[in-house]
Ligand binder design. Structure first.
Ligand SMILES: [Fe+2]
Length: 217
């Protein structure tokens, strides 16, 4: 490697995290979304060998095969276009992945980003108790200096005891909440210690260069 890396602070990127609450027509399908997670657990792509494989329920990366999911994604695409990617005229979102999960006791997600996606989101169709549900944390890059005890967690995450960042923004989830952030943002969910229902649907978005307006070409 002959090049030089010049590390600069993220202050150059004007990073923002957007949270909003679902309209009534999305709240009305939350129970269908939870049922989708329950029904499709373990059936999709990547359920046995990827970062989420150890979480109690995981539908796989390509969970598009539900009219309720499509309804949810229509709303999320609207929110991201109109309220998050506001600096880009005629941003055209395309969803590359979407997946559902249920976190239970000892479930965990060490610090990670969603690159090379552009924008990522998490939506919560059901949070039993926002006071005790484990928060989503936007965090610093995991430099190995923070250690957590993962001995009770799934086998494949136990070797990630040092893969944690310092918390920059802690977001306690609640039913109907959408969180949108740039895909490069590292984030984490610390080990769940209390039994309480926590369902989420997460995904990634890119710009649709194939179908963009002519003036972009
Ligand atoms: Fe993530």
């Amino acid at each position: 490697m002959d090049g030089t890396y010049n590390f600069i602070p993220d202050l150059s990127t004007n990073t923002k995290v957007y949270t909003t609450d679902a309209p009534q027509q999305i709240m009305d399908i939350n129970h269908h979304l939870v049922n989708y997670i329950l029904d499709m657990d373990g059936k999709g792509q990547g359920v046995h060998d990827t970062i989420n494989a150890g979480v109690s329920k995981f539908t796989g990366w390509k969970s598009f095969d539900s009219s309720h999911m499509q309804h949810l994604l229509d709303w999320i695409g609207y929110e991201i276009t109109n309220n998050f990617m506001t600096q880009i005229k005629d941003f055209l979102p395309v969803f590359s992945q979407v997946w559902g999960m249920e976190y239970n006791v000892n479930d965990v997600t060490p610090a990670h980003s969603h690159e090379p996606a552009l924008v990522s989101f998490t939506y919560y169709p059901y949070i039993e108790n926002p006071e005790i549900a484990q928060p989503l944390e936007i965090c610093t890059f995991p430099d190995g200096s923070i250690e957590m005890d993962l001995s009770m967690c799934a086998d494949h995450v136990q070797e990630k005891t040092h893969q944690w960042g310092k918390t920059m923004l802690s977001i306690p989830p609640h039913t109907g909440q959408l969180v949108v952030f740039p895909a490069y943002c590292f984030h984490q969910v610390k080990p769940v210690t209390v039994k309480t229902d926590r369902y989420c649907i997460a995904g990634n978005i890119h710009h649709d260069f194939e179908n963009q307006p002519p003036h972009w070409d």
